[in-house]
Design a protein around this ligand. Structure first.
Ligand SMILES: Cc1cc2nc3c(=O)[nH]c(=O)nc-3n(C[C@H](O)[C@H](O)[C@H](O)COP(=O)(O)O)c2cc1C
Ligand code: SF4
Ligand code: SF4
Length: 456
């Protein structure tokens, strides 16, 4: 049996599986079952201070949901979360944490959110006093648009690098346990989060971990009998779809920009099986957080994943799971140069093209169906690619069941990737983030350089 244990931001976990904040961690009985199934750690449902909880939930003029409706049960038994409504104020969460610390042997990470710096400070102290082993700042929950006035709450805070760094600094100053931050990442938000992390580093208050969540607007679909929506569309997350792919992208851009330990990375979003865990870890995650998979399949999914991870490692002759952390992220484009890389990649249109090996092609037409550019037709049972139309998106390469397609001139793309992966800007940022302590001179020189590069 391989060793599945990981050191996550100073916490020793028996394995990398964490039950993420949400209904699965909202009560002690559920959590006990998760521990019995082998979960490595849990994150409590996000809580506010009592004062802010009342201010938030009590604003019925702008916030029409009553706590009773915080989870809606859909016809198929799944749950819809009305975003960010806490189950109880953080003072109640603290009582639950005290009980968990008596009943459980796994690390407890407390999730908190605030409407102000004072709210974060107070909540952080309350959960530390209750015995939490670490804190996760919830800067990820999507908020209804009329709550944008709360610039410190949830995802709003991830949009403003100054606020993001302020919250991290404030929480880290308030407590001595590890403090991580959970952010919902999209291409649009990732430069802002990177900017916020650089600011945190300049203040010598880098978070101990960063939980990245791939973003999806959930829509549970339509009743096939009535053709009516199962429930009106409310932005939130929890429905997996291809969400894990967004989670992988988010991980890849951060792990390749920052490394995998400063901060340690945790992946959340769409991961349901051991293959998802292995891929997330290879892309830099030390831990993986689950919600929907456990809601859908119950705690048994945890023991199944652990068993499958063991078989995977045994089959590959690996003795430790943590050996795979970040292996794949070395080949990814860092967040610090992602925008420039994407523009440069456009210059390869026409050079980089899909090409078919006619000897292998069976004429199944899969490639023609997936190509959004209509670049592929199948004639006489063989795929033919119109090079002028091909945008080298690689989709047909991935989807061809017999691997008959490859990208011509891929060496040009690899050269370009190498240039960006190892560019002065990418290496300098990684070196800076991994420095133990930032002195004043370092900071001043670096700020000047960062400004020149447009990173802060
Ligand atoms: C019903 C529900 C409630 C949730 N509540 C919280 C929360 O309070 N705090 C938080 O940080 N994330 C919350 N999440 C997000 C999950 O922790 C998780 O990051 C997200 O669902 C993506 O993972 P998954 O694909 O495994 O569900 C919630 C998700 C769901 C489905
Ligand atoms: S998907 Fe592959 S096998 Fe099928 S038609 Fe396209 S190239 Fe041929
Ligand atoms: S690489 Fe993309 S654009 Fe080009 S043929 Fe394949 S699917 Fe179409």
């Amino acid at each position: 049996m391989a060793n599945l244990s990981v050191n996550f931001a100073g916490l020793q976990l028996a394995n990398p599986l964490i039950a993420s904040a949400g209904p699965i961690t909202a009560n002690a009985e559920h959590i006990k079952k998760l521990e019995e199934a082998g979960i490595g750690a849990i994150v409590t449902k996000t809580g506010f201070t009592k004062k802010e909880y009342e201010r938030w939930v009590g604003r019925s003029d702008i916030f029409p949901y009553k706590p009773a409706y915080k989870y809606m049960s859909l016809k198929d038994g799944t749950l819809l979360c009305l975003p960010t409504l806490s189950d109880v104020p953080v003072s109640e969460t603290a009582k639950r944490i005290e009980r968990m610390k008596r009943d459980l042997n796994i690390p407890i990470i407390a999730s908190i959110m605030g409407l102000s710096l004072a709210g974060y400070r107070e909540s952080a102290r309350i959960v530390e006093d209750a015995g939490a082993d670490a804190i996760e700042l919830d800067l990820c929950c999507p908020l209804p648009e009329f709550t944008t006035l709360y610039r410190y709450a949830g995802q709003n805070a991830s949009l403003d690098p100054k606020v993001y760094a302020q919250i991290i600094k404030c929480a880290k100053k308030a407590v001595s346990i590890p403090v991580g931050v959970k952010s919902t990442v999209s291409l649009y938000v990732s430069p802002r989060i990177l900017n916020g992390l650089i600011r945190s580093k300049l203040a010598n208050r880098l978070p101990d971990f960063l939980t990245v969540v791939g973003q999806l607007d959930q829509n549970p679909g339509v009743d096939l009998e009535t053709l009516k929506p199962l429930i009106p569309h409310i932005p939130s997350f929890g429905w997996e779809g291809e969400l894990h792919r967004l989670t992988y992208s988010a991980l890849a851009v951060f792990s390749s920009a920052l490394g995998t330990t400063n901060p340690a990375l945790s992946a959340s979003g769409g991961i349901r099986d051991y293959q998802g865990v292995v891929q997330a870890m290879a892309l830099g995650a030390t831990t993986v957080q689950f919600q929907t998979a456990i809601l859908d399949k119950g705690p048994a999914v945890i023991s199944k994943i652990l068993k499958d991870l063991n078989s995977y490692l045994d089959a590959r002759g690996l003795s430790r799971l943590d050996q795979i952390v970040g292996i794949g992220s070395k080949d990814c484009i860092p967040a610090s140069v992602l925008g420039e890389f994407m523009l440069a990649r456009d210059t390869l249109y026409g050079v980089l093209c899909a090409a078919v090996d006619a000897g292998l092609c069976t004429g199944c037409e899969t490639c023609a169906r997936v190509c959004t550019e209509n670049a592929i037709t199948v004639k006489d049972k063989k795929a033919v690619i119109e090079k002028a139309k091909c945008r080298a998106c690689n989709l047909c390469v991935l989807k061809c069941p017999v691997k008959a397609i490859s990208l011509d001139n891929i060496v040009e793309l690899e050269k370009l990737m190498d240039k960006y992966k190892h560019s002065e800007k990418a290496s300098a940022l990684k070196g800076f983030m991994n420095k133990k302590k930032i002195g004043r001179i370092d900071a001043l020189l670096f700020i000047r350089q960062m400004k020149k590069w447009g990173l802060v």
